[in-house]
Design a binder for this molecule. Structure first.
Ligand code: ADP
Length: 246
């Protein structure tokens, strides 16, 4: 799903946020990305989500070379990805329903389809009963769950999360992480950047550790297994059973 080979990212001004990073997250795998603040976690996620480009090395997403992708293709590639940020970036002048529906509206889905998918995604994160609420009326944990519903509403095959529990207490953090585990269990590939080492330990998933831009620990198999190479990567979104009848 994601393959980095010696990826280096140097920002204008010369600062190197990633140095020769190699990793491979297979289709349907889940891993945590950890490391101290400033280690390069967000930069790595931004390269995968086509917000930044590598300076050197090769980054592949579903075997598409992210180094050379044209600007016009970026929105189409991004449709395969659901992105969750620490500050969920909800629109506070829109209802919960409208926030979650937004990616589908942008992609031009029909009204009925939008309503069905949006409610299924809200149901998945336990917030169907809040569809008419405004985000301001929700707790921090609920707002984050709206962010997750919005990220999965278009059934992406890859979920990326950047410190999704950064502002939450341990109980809510566990609930949020469990949502990611649930998606992983139905075949979605998941990469979560997090500082929360206790929770990461508890969940027993592979861990990638960055420090000052270098990958200092990698539980993932860096090679691309033959069976993945030979399987044409169909979106495994048909495996989203928990989201109901899409
Ligand atoms: P993390 O997510 O692990 O906290 P980041 O990837 O956000 O780390 O940042 C890694 C380093 O790169 C930091 O020192 C940060 O200041 C620097 N950095 C991030 N974005 C930019 C940018 N656009 N320009 C210059 N330096 C940046």
């Amino acid at each position: 799903m994601i393959q980095f080979s010696n990826v280096t990212k140097r920002f204008k001004g010369g600062f190197e946020a990633l140095t020769n990073v190699s990793m491979h997250l297979g289709v349907g795998e889940m891993a945590f990305l950890t490391g101290p603040s400033g280690a390069g976690k967000s930069t790595l996620l931004k390269i995968i989500s086509l917000i930044e480009k590598p300076t050197r090395g090769q980054a592949l997403l579903n075997r598409i070379n992210l180094n050379t992708i044209s600007r016009q293709r970026i929105p189409y590639i991004r449709r395969n990805i659901g992105i969750i940020f620490q500050d969920h970036q909800l629109l506070f002048d829109r209802s919960v329903f409208d926030n979650v529906a937004m990616p589908l509206i942008i992609q031009g889905y029909r009204h009925q389809e939008i309503a069905k998918r949006t409610r299924a995604a809200l149901d998945k994160v336990g917030l169907l009963h809040k569809e008419k609420s405004m985000p301001i009326a929700l707790s921090g944990g609920e707002q984050q769950r709206v962010g997750i519903a919005r990220a999965v509403v278009h059934k992406p095959m890859l979920l990326l999360a950047d410190e999704p529990t950064g502002n939450l207490d341990p109980v809510l953090s566990r609930e949020i992480m469990q949502i990611f585990v649930d998606f992983h269990q139905v075949g979605v590939s998941v990469l979560v950047a997090s500082h929360d080492l206790d929770l990461i330990d508890e969940l027993q998933k592979p861990v990638l550790t960055l420090n000052r831009g270098k990958m200092i620990h990698n539980d993932l198999d860096n090679t691309e297994p033959d069976f993945i190479r030979s399987a044409r990567l169909e979106p495994r979104v048909s495996n989203y059973p928990d989201l109901g009848d899409w």
